[in-house]
Design a protein around this ligand. Structure first.
Ligand code: DLL
Length: 433
C-alpha cells in the first residue's frame, strides 16, 4: 500500500509534537503580526505565542467559531495582505449565513498535497480515471478534489454535480475508475444506473471517495454493493481548508488526520473541556500551516473520537471515527438525544428498508413527536394496508429498541422521496417554523 508522503504520514510521538509546536507558535505569531481578529482574543486571554511551551498548552488558547467568520465577513480573518490571496471559496451556509475562506498560492499547493494523501490512502493511483461529481464552484469539494487528484496523476473528469445520464455516459466512454461524490449522490447514481440497465460490475469503477456529509456503515454497504466498488470516507470543512483534513485508508478503520497540518482535539461540546482519546465529543481543529486564514481551536460542531493506536496501513497519524453528525443536528426528543445517523443505522438494520428517509420533528401539546418517512423495497411495498401497517409497526419497534425513543414510521413507495444531488437534507424541524 503506497503512502503519498511517507515522511510526514508516519511522523508520531515527540517528533510530531515538536513539529506541531513549532508550527503552532509560528501561526500564532503570524496572527498577532497581521492583527487578525484572533489576536485580540489572545490579548484578552493574556496570552502571547511564547506562552505556548508544549503542545498541551493549546488548551489554554481561546476557541474560535463560525460566528468569528461571520463577524468579519467577507475577508476580515485574513492574516496576509489581500494581494497574496489567489482563490476564495465559501461554505454552503446550511447552518446560517455564508462564510468566505481564502487561500494563498502556498495554501492551494498544501491543499492538493492533503487531498493526494487521502486519495492515495484510499487506493487511487496515477493510472486511475477520476470522475468528480461534486459541484464545482464556491463549494470546496469540486476544486479541492480536482487539483489533489491531478497531483496524484489521475486523469480527472470535471463532471460536476447532477445529470445522471451524463455521468453514466462519461463513465462508459472514458473508463472511469474512481468516483468522487457525496454518499447520497453515489447511492442515487447506483439506483438510477441500475434502473437504466447500467452494468456497474462490468464497468471499471473500483474506488469511491465520498464525503461532505455524515453517512453510516449501512449506507457504505449499500453503495459498495450497488456500484461494485470500495467506498471510502473523507472529511473536511471550508473554514479549515475544505476536503483534506482526514480520510480513510484501505483498512477503513477511521479517518487519518494530517496532523502535521492540523492539530485535532476532542472536547466536551457543553463545557469545552478536552476529552481523552477514545471519548466521543466535538472536534476542535487548529491549522498549523495555513497562510491566508489560519484558525485556532475552531469548534467544528462535528462529533467524533480520536484513536492513536497504530494502523495496519503503516501511517502513524491519529484516526477520527466516522463523524456521527453535527451537534446542531442533534434532536432532543422527549429528553432523549438522537442523531440522524443513528436513525439511519437503525433503519438499515431492518430488511426491506431502502436508504432513503426523512426525519420530521413536530411539537404537539408541548410534546416532541418524531416521524420517520422511509422508502421500502419493491418486494415490501404493497396495497395491502394491513401488511404495510404491520411492517411499519416492526420498524417502529426496532427504532424504539435501538434509539430508546418512540417514532411514527410512514412507509413510502420506492423512489418517492426527493433525491439530493449534493448534501442530503435529512431533517424537517417543524418546531422552528
Ligand atoms: O463539505 C468539505 C468537503 C468537501 C469534505 C468534500 C469532504 C468532501 P463544508 O461545505 O464547509 O465543507 O461543510 C463542512 O460538512 O463540518 C461536517 O459537518 C460535514 N462533513 C464534511 N465531511 C464529512 C464526512 C465540506 N466525511 C461540514 N462525514 C463539516 C461527516 C462531514 N460529515
Amino acid at each position: 500500500m503506497r503512502i503519498w508522503d511517507e515522511e510526514m504520514e508516519t511522523l508520531a510521538g515527540l517528533e510530531l509534537e515538536a513539529l506541531q509546536l513549532e508550527r503552532l507558535r509560528a501561526t500564532l505569531r503570524r496572527i498577532r503580526e497581521s492583527g487578525a481578529p484572533y489576536s485580540s482574543k489572545m490579548e484578552e486571554a493574556g496570552l502571547s505565542p511564547d506562552d505556548i511551551r508544549s503542545i498541551r498548552d493549546v488548551s489554554r488558547l481561546p476557541f474560535s467559531r463560525k460566528a468569528d467568520f461571520r463577524a468579519s465577513y467577507p475577508l476580515g480573518m485574513l492574516a496576509v495582505p489581500r494581494r497574496d490571496v489567489v482563490r476564495v471559496h465559501a461554505s454552503s451556509g446550511t447552518t446560517g449565513s455564508r462564510t468566505v475562506v481564502a487561500y494563498t498560492a502556498t495554501d492551494l499547493e498544501t491543499w492538493s498535497e492533503l487531498v493526494a494523501r487521502f486519495a492515495t490512502a484510499a487506493g487511487v493511483v496515477a493510472d486511475d480515471v477520476a470522475q468528480i461529481s461534486f459541484t464545482y464552484g464556491l463549494f470546496t469539494g469540486g476544486f479541492g478534489l480536482h487539483y489533489g487528484l491531478e497531483k496524484v496523476g489521475a486523469m480527472v473528469i470535471p463532471a460536476s454535480g447532477g445529470n445522471t445520464e451524463l455521468q453514466l455516459g462519461l463513465m462508459t466512454d472514458l473508463g472511469t475508475t474512481v468516483l468522487v461524490a457525496t454518499p447520497t449522490y453515489a447511492l442515487h447514481l447506483a439506483e438510477e444506473g441500475s434502473a437504466l440497465g447500467f452494468d456497474f460490475e462490468a464497468c471499471g469503477l473500483r474506488v469511491g471517495l465520498f464525503g461532505a456529509e455524515p453517512w453510516s456503515e449501512g449506507i457504505r454497504r449499500r453503495i459498495e454493493e450497488g456500484l461494485c466498488i470500495s467506498a471510502t470516507d473523507n472529511y473536511g470543512l471550508s473554514e479549515v481548508v475544505g476536503p483534506g483534513v482526514s480520510g480513510e485508508c484501505e483498512m477503513k478503520n477511521g479517518l487519518h488526520v494530517s496532523e502535521d497540518h492540523f492539530l485535532a482535539e476532542v472536547v466536551d461540546p457543553v463545557t469545552g473541556e478536552p476529552l481523552p482519546d477514545g471519548r466521543q465529543g466535538e472536534l476542535v481543529l487548529t491549522t498549523l500551516t495555513r497562510e491566508a486564514m489560519p484558525v485556532v481551536r475552531f469548534r467544528t460542531g462535528d462529533l467524533t473520537s480520536l484513536d492513536r493506536e497504530p494502523c495496519g496501513c503503516g501511517r502513524r497519524s491519529a484516526r477520527m471515527s466516522k463523524v456521527l453528525g453535527r451537534s446542531d443536528d442533534m434532536l432532543i426528543i422527549r429528553g432523549v438525544n438522537v442523531y440522524p445517523t443513528q436513525v439511519e443505522k437503525a433503519l438499515l438494520e431492518v430488511e426491506g428498508i431502502e436508504p432513503h428517509y426523512l426525519i420530521v420533528v413536530d411539537r404537539k401539546a408541548e410534546l416532541d413527536r418524531l416521524e420517520v418517512l422511509v422508502e421500502v423495497s419493491e418486494g415490501v411495498f404493497s396495497d395491502d394496508t394491513r401488511a404495510m401497517r404491520q411492517f411499519a409497526g416492526r420498524v417502529e419497534y426496532h427504532l424504539k429498541k435501538v434509539l430508546n425513543v418512540r417514532a411514527r414510521v410512514s412507509l413510502k413507495e420506492p423512489h418517492s422521496l426527493e433525491r439530493s444531488q449534493g448534501k442530503a437534507k435529512r431533517i424537517i424541524d417543524k418546531r422552528e417554523l
